[in-house]
Design a protein around this ligand. Structure first.
Ligand code: ADP
Length: 269
């Protein structure tokens, strides 16, 4: 009888996530969000279900709410109404630190600090071997250019060292994320125009990074997302279309218009 007695603390203390038991299903259940002090809702009634390992791509005009949606997924904010859940557990009921350890965020403006390439890649993982660092750089299509630098992995970058191109910086950031091995990845794809070789290398690096983890991608170049499991068109805080690339093209709505527009601009492939 004593064992069956409900333990009070269990319900009141936020429970940590046990990484090995996380499948990675991310659900938005009627989530709405209003920034503090703001009159309007930045997101309204968002309902999305991302299965473990799936990639969803968010597209839509600037100010639509894509970043805000990612902020809720990363639990930088809690929804004003509704809920965000991981494996059916409301994020409000779990320990924030343990949740953050499961997620990786790769932002547009790649953050690299003054230090060696090796330190920059290993930054998210305290203990890792040389093989793991090189393995991650390889997967991120960065190993070749790193070996071509004056001191290879010991090359200092930033103010005091070599300057890397935008594409190279992104591949370092992707190598870092691959090494960190998050269960949930939030990726704000870079908008910068890259030459086609860089673009090709980054696509292959991203492909590697997105394997076997749940991912939310803010896509700026529609060419990146044709393979996404779900493409979510966000406009004015609401989801207006959801489907695969082929489904949405057939549907002939907002997504198809965007694809046509990018083709006219010559940015889509
Ligand atoms: P997107 O990423 O699609 O460009 P955002 O999620 O950044 O859109 O913005 C959605 C809406 O929320 C916009 O109207 C924006 O002005 C507003 N917003 C974004 N960040 C804040 C903030 N920190 N405080 C108040 N309003 C914000």
């Amino acid at each position: 009888d004593l064992l069956e007695e409900p333990r009070e603390m269990e319900n009141t203390l936020p429970q940590p996530f046990d990484r090995s038991r996380v499948a990675g299903r991310l659900t938005f259940d009627n989530a709405s969000f209003r920034y503090h002090g703001s009159e309007n809702f930045a997101l309204r009634d968002i309902t999305l279900d991302v299965q473990p390992g799936e990639t969803i791509a968010l597209v839509g005009p600037s100010g639509a709410g894509k970043t805000t949606l990612c902020n809720l997924a990363a639990r930088f904010y809690d929804p004003t109404r509704g809920a965000v859940l991981l494996d059916n557990r409301d994020l409000r009921e779990v320990n924030v630190e343990s949740y953050r350890r499961l997620i990786g965020v790769v932002e547009q403006d790649v953050f690299l600090f003054d230090g060696t390439i090796r330190e920059n890649i290993a930054y998210a993982r305290r203990r890792c071997s040389e093989e793991e660092i090189i393995g991650a750089a390889n997967a991120a299509a960065a190993d070749d250019f790193i070996r071509g630098l004056p001191d290879g992995y010991d090359t200092v970058i930033g103010e005091r060292g070599v300057k890397l191109s935008g594409g190279q910086r992104q591949r370092i950031a992707i190598a870092r994320a691959i090494l960190a091995d998050p269960k949930i990845l939030i990726l704000d794809e870079a908008t910068s125009n890259l030459d086609s070789e860089s673009e090709r290398l980054i696509q292959s690096a991203l492909h590697e990074l997105l394997q076997d983890r749940t991912a939310i991608v803010i896509a700026h170049r529609l060419s990146t997302i044709t393979e996404a499991d779900q493409i979510v068109v966000v406009e004015d805080g609401e989801v207006v279309e959801v489907g695969s690339h082929d489904e949405l093209l057939l549907q002939g709505g907002r997504y198809r218009d965007m694809v046509h527009l990018q083709m006219q601009e010559g940015t889509a492939t």
